[in-house]
Design a binder for this molecule. Structure first.
Ligand code: P6P
Length: 338
């Protein structure tokens, strides 16, 4: 059989632009630059102990989490890769307290880039898959310069979103609003090659992903949902469930995009004033858009995540996303309780 023609990320983006005009030149540049940064991060991650990049830095991030050396390296790679290009007005990162405005020595662009440079970093030192998550907004036209408030747009305003998972393969998954495409890094060529497009999440599943050790802290609807899954065939669901929890959102969400499932990191009563553990702007919003573009659903239990109006850059949110029928059941249980 003739070898299937390899479609590079660049060719895919150009052809998408020709087809539906969803990827203006500056956005294509942004996506190619982010992909190149992910290649560099992948190289650093793959070196592990040999690269002297494991272990913790002597610092904490705005989330109050100890930063890993690779967290900081990945953050710097993304900033340096993007700031010169003229496509961005500013960036925001899980690893930085405030926004990073593109320095005046570079041309200013119209896009805002947000990212979690290395999600799941607690897994770095034990060689478990981690990843970079990114989300792209347009800067509001009506405001001169750029400030943090320009980032506070609901997830429905995203113009691109994606992640790169550093696992057995290095895989870039992205959407610009016309379905979800996946590119696998061809290390011999050093380029991302299209390996799947129009990814679809099955509406039903037998697999859930949650950190079960938090169960006693959950709200009633969450406990009800998981209890029913655990009751299996003899219970109200009439089928047995399997559980997966990698403690790396990128890896858990990638599995769901590939074979279905439901991922939950819900509010719990340990810190009731916190909506959840995960961050809205650069974790939940990009992942929710990808999941919806693949036919799934994403809620905070009460509302579609993409419709939430952010009030601060590092806002946290309760997350339930994946196979549509499971997310709808979770939403129903929360509505009944309300
Ligand atoms: P826990 C990683 O730190 C992260 O932000 C997500 O990637 C992951 O889903 C979650 O936290 C894991 O949290 O409490 O199970 O360690």
């Amino acid at each position: 059989m003739a070898q299937q023609q390899k479609i590079s990320l660049t060719r895919y983006l150009v052809e998408q632009q020709r087809a539906d005009g969803l990827i203006p030149g500056q956005l294509r540049l942004l996506l190619e630059v982010v992909a190149r940064a992910c290649k560099s991060i992948s190289q650093a991650v793959n070196k592990g102990a040999l690269g002297g990049v494991l272990g913790t830095a002597e610092s904490e991030n705005v989330q109050g989490e100890i930063q890993k050396k690779l967290d900081i390296i990945a953050n710097e790679v993304l900033i340096e890769a993007n700031e010169w290009g003229g496509h961005l007005a500013a960036m925001a990162s899980e690893e930085m307290d405030s926004i990073y405005v593109v320095p005046n020595r570079y041309p200013q662009g119209e896009y805002l880039l947000m990212f979690d440079p290395l999600d799941g970093s607690s897994n770095i030192d034990v060689n478990v898959s981690i990843g970079t998550i990114f989300s792209v907004l347009k800067k509001p036209d009506d405001t001169p310069g750029v400030q943090e408030a320009d980032f506070l747009q609901p997830g429905t305003q995203q113009v691109a979103a994606g992640y790169c998972i550093y696992g057995p393969q290095t895989t870039l998954v992205l959407t610009v609003g016309n379905g979800v495409a996946m590119f696998t890094l061809d290390r011999e060529q050093g380029s991302f090659v299209l390996t799947q497009e129009d990814i679809q999440i099955p509406a039903d599943t037998k697999e859930f992903a949650v950190n079960m050790s938090n169960m006693r802290h959950w709200d009633e609807p969450m406990k009800r949902y998981i209890d029913e899954c655990l009751a299996g065939k003899e219970g109200p669901r009439g089928k047995d469930f399997n559980m997966r929890w990698i403690a790396s959102m990128v890896a858990d969400v990638h599995r769901i995009l590939m074979r279905g499932g439901v991922f939950m990191y819900p509010w719990d009563k340990r810190e009731p004033e916190k909506a959840g553990k995960l961050r809205l702007m650069y974790e939940a919003n990009p992942m929710s858009w990808l999941v919806e573009q693949a036919g799934g659903a994403a809620t905070n239990g009460k509302q579609r995540i993409l419709e939430l109006q952010p009030t601060k850059l590092h806002e946290r949110v309760s997350v339930m996303l994946g196979s549509r029928n499971e997310v709808e059941r979770l939403t129903k249980y929360h509505a009944e309780k309300a």
